[in-house]
Design a protein around this ligand. Structure first.
Ligand code: AMP
Ligand code: TRP
Length: 324
């Protein structure tokens, strides 16, 4: 069985783009792949976090993934900081990483302008390489912004293997289905995003019914007034894509159903399906989140599984390097 490792930062709010672009895909892959979902808390603290809120966010991310369908009997979910192998391997990889490789990282350049710079932010891609390489990962689901980091993981794996002997599998990017891309409700040229400055752009998984309906009502459309197969502007196509995803339909089926309906009528139908689905997820979320003991058990199992795999890789690394 192939291994897929995904990393999710416990920061920002999860939105329906994450649900359809990421979580749902993993849910579908659970039977064919060994999915390891890691909450990247050590990555998150490279940007200042409120310590009181961080614990809460970590648990929220875990519970949301479970509520959205990650099945702990099939997949594994764990918290990065609970497996010390990650920081250990990152240190060893540091010794084969050049300054130039990290100085080139566009995310580092961007983030160190926006936030107070720190060495953790600089070293972030090396820790991410360690996350990936510890599990002999076959595929890593990554968005555009993480491709350069995955490239570094591949380079470091090759460098280590050629310098010390074969240990690491070379991971590949798992390209997420492009049709699953959901755009901002306020600007259909921009991806729906956690960091959108306009709060009306994204529907968050934990939004209230009122918020969901309000955001859909205010979503931008175009100059016509009813749905027509040929006229499809980016704004309307995006709303139709969301409708199709939530109903498990193709866009073609959706056009057949909705052709001729006014935008107002369509928005009401769209709000109904989104509200129904998100309230279901929220109900499961509340149950999971409230049962701290059960949540802890899932995370313990996830951590034990993670360590059982990563410790084998790390032992080989130590042997090759001469540390044991
Ligand atoms: P991010 O929210 O950028 O940390 O992304 C987390 C995951 O969600 C990535 O795997 C992305 O591919 C996916 N994702 C983020 N935003 C969208 C979006 N607007 N549409 C589809 N997938 C998305
Ligand atoms: N850096 C990734 C992000 O911001 C999160 C992440 C950390 C990750 N470690 C990973 C993703 C390992 C994939 C594999 O989205």
């Amino acid at each position: 069985m192939k291994t897929v490792l995904s990393g999710i930062q416990p920061s920002g709010n999860f939105h329906i783009g994450n649900l359809y672009g990421a979580i749902n895909q993993w849910v579908r892959m659970q039977n064919e792949y060994d999915i390891i979902a890691m909450v990247a808390d050590l990555h998150a603290i490279t940007i200042p976090q409120d310590p009181k809120k961080l614990q809460e966010k970590i648990k929220e991310v875990v519970a949301l993934n479970l509520a959205a369908g990650i099945d702990p009997n099939k997949s594994h979910i764990f918290i990065q900081s609970e497996n010390p192998d990650h920081t250990y391997l990152a240190w060893i990889l540091n010794t084969i990483t050049s300054f130039g490789q990290l100085e080139r990282m566009t995310q580092f350049k961007e983030k160190s302008q926006k936030h107070e710079e720190n060495v953790g932010l600089f070293d972030y891609p090396v820790l991410m390489a360690a996350d990936i390489l510890l599990y002999q990962t076959d595929e890593v689901p990554v968005g555009e912004d993480q491709k350069q980091h995955l490239e570094l993981a591949r380079d470091l794996a090759e460098k280590f293997n050629s310098r010390f002997g074969e240990v690491f599998k070379i991971p590949a990017a798992y390209i997420v289905n492009e049709t699953a891309r959901i755009m901002s409700l306020q600007n259909p040229e921009m991806k729906m995003s956690k960091s959108d400055s306009n709060p009306l752009g994204a529907i968050n998984l934990l939004d209230s019914e009122e918020e969901i309906r309000g955001k859909i009502k205010k979503a931008v459309t175009d100059s016509s007034s009813s749905i027509s197969r040929n006229a499809g502007s980016a704004a309307i196509s995006n709303l139709l894509t969301i409708y199709a995803s939530f109903n498990n339909q193709t866009l073609d089926q959706v056009y057949s159903e909705l052709e001729g309906k006014s935008y107002g009528e369509f928005k009401n139908l769209l709000a109904d399906v989104v509200v129904k689905k998100l309230l279901e997820i929220q109900k499961r979320y509340q149950e999971i989140r409230e049962d701290e003991q059960a949540l802890r058990k899932i995370l313990d199992q996830g951590r034990d599984y993670a360590i059982s795999k990563s410790s084998q890789t790390l032992l080989e690394v130590k042997e090759k390097v001469g540390l044991v």
